[in-house]
Write a protein that binds this ligand. Structure first.
Ligand code: CMC
Length: 429
């Protein structure tokens, strides 16, 4: 196969090298395009064809429905690993030994205190504040309480910032939920595993002397967090990388990622899916009516939890979550009519020409909300749970970008506005 690509502009041929990824993906390296062509750029709204970086963290083949973290299949990780192991794998590149994992966890526990003044910030939010806005603000506020910048040339400094945020973030997640519910805010319990601690911080009631862990909830949350832990370049991850590329700190970059995740086309879809399923139920469960709305180009309604920029086959995460939804609801003895509506919608969509032609399949968010709801997590916290899962991926991508000394992100544009015109003074009287 040729190892160059030729672009001919006005009769002038320019050759550009092709670069290959380890999974035989091919890219045209256009870093010299502007200088070779005297200013020509490429244009690609939504970056549908543009690789912004080389990355060794996550591999995704959307045609085949493959997702791997550092070479390990998502199916195997979801079955055999726990969330903290996966976090270590994503961030540092290899699965930890037992000693490394224990040290990692013990270092995280040492940093789990969040300054009490953060509670004052939390107090200032109105009750109606969306938890994602609160989480993004609190994450950014952490910078004020941990002002020293990370020296990316120091392995130790990088490590310290990683364990610090992995420790404090679950506290912010739990506090965000409890504050809204008017419950007292607790710190973590260092005798517990990472995910067990999250559950205790979120759910321990004031009247309970002891919080009893439910292994079904622990397993379900562990799996959901693993499935969300990274997803190569996407709206929030690329935001984290681009904010970090200006050498803004880790917490500031993560806060920007949380805001990007919030939107209903991205992580906010899990909340939107549940609200959609509720609305269909309230409306008598007529799925055909909503299928028709989703296909109607004059109707802004979309089937939330369906479709994906990259997956043109089953989202492998959705496959695992659908199975887990059945198991978790069964184990918890929860009967949720919304699960049946979701399955009905999926069946109709998979047999509908509109969806088949556009290769629209359920994505990770289609069934996750049903599990979160069965676990007792409020709907407006669903995207916060996604953020908790995505945290190691964002950290890994930020760390990779800084260690590779990537240049500041700064896209070009094609200007289509007015050309030079003369200023006309208005009569101000
Ligand atoms: N319902 C109805 N039609 C859809 C849907 C949908 N959910 N998704 C895509 N389409 C149609 C779209 O109208 C377009 O049709 P046409 O070619 O006739 O104009 C075609 O499919 C291609 O869609 P697109 O919007 O050009 O695709 P995209 O790659 O820009 O957008 C997406 C991907 C995920 C934003 C989109 O599929 C969507 O809005 N889905 C619903 C929201 C959702 O579930 N988001 C969660 C994504 S997974 C979690 C994560 O972010 O990681």
């Amino acid at each position: 196969m040729a190892n160059t690509a030729t672009i001919e502009i006005n009769g002038q041929k320019n050759e550009f090298p092709l670069v290959n990824g380890t999974e035989n993906e091919v890219a045209i390296d256009i870093t010299k395009l502007r200088s070779a062509t005297k200013g020509v750029i490429t244009i690609d709204p939504g970056y549908k064809n543009t690789g912004s970086c080389e990355s060794a963290i996550t591999f995704l083949d959307g045609e085949k429905g493959i997702l791997r973290y550092r070479g390990y299949s998502i199916e195997e990780l979801a079955e055999k690993a726990d969330f903290l192991e996966v976090a270590y794998l994503l961030i540092f590149g290899e699965l930890p030994t037992i000693e490394q994992l224990e040290k990692f966890h013990s270092d995280i526990k040492k940093h789990s205190v969040v300054d009490d003044d953060v509670k004052k910030i939390l107090d200032a939010f109105p009750k109606s504040a969306h938890p994602m806005g609160v989480l993004s603000s609190l994450t950014s506020a952490l910078t004020a309480f941990n002002p020293s910048s990370v020296n990316v040339n120091s392995e130790q400094d990088m490590y310290n910032s990683v364990v610090r945020i992995l420790a404090k973030f679950p506290v912010l997640v739990a506090w965000t939920m409890r504050k809204k519910q008017g419950l007292p805010l607790y710190y973590g319990d260092s005798s517990l595993g990472y995910v067990e601690n999250v559950l205790k911080m979120m759910f321990k009631q004031p009247h309970e002397e002891r919080y009893i862990q439910n292994p079904i909830l622990v397993n379900a949350l562990d799996k959901l967090l693993i499935l969300h832990a990274d997803h190569e370049q996407n709206c929030s991850t690329s935001t984290v990388r681009i904010v970090g590329s200006s050498h803004a700190g880790l917490f500031a970059s993560l806060s920007a990622g949380i805001s990007a995740l919030w939107g209903p086309l991205h992580g906010g879809a899990n909340q939107a899916v549940l609200e959609m399923l509720e609305a269909i139920k309230e409306d008598g469960g007529d799925t055909k009516k909503y299928m028709a709305k989703a296909k109607d180009k004059n109707d802004p309604f979309r089937l939330m939890g369906f479709g994906h920029r990259v997956y043109k086959n089953f989202d492998p995460r959705a496959r695992i979550i659908k199975k887990a939804a059945d198991e978790v609801l069964g184990d918890l003895g929860v009967e949720d009519p919304i699960l049946d509506i979701a399955k009905g919608l999926e069946k109709e969509a998979l047999n509908d020409d509109y969806f088949v032609k556009r290769k629209l399949y359920p994505n990770v968010d289609f069934y996750s909300g049903i599990i979160y709801r069965a676990m007792g997590i409020p709907t407006d916290m669903f995207t916060v749970m996604f953020a908790l899962g995505r945290l190691p991926g964002w950290i890994a991508q930020w760390r990779e970008m800084r260690l590779k000394k990537e240049p500041i992100g700064r896209p070009r544009q094609l200007y289509i506005g007015e050309t030079l015109r003369a200023f006309k003074t208005i009569d101000k009287r």
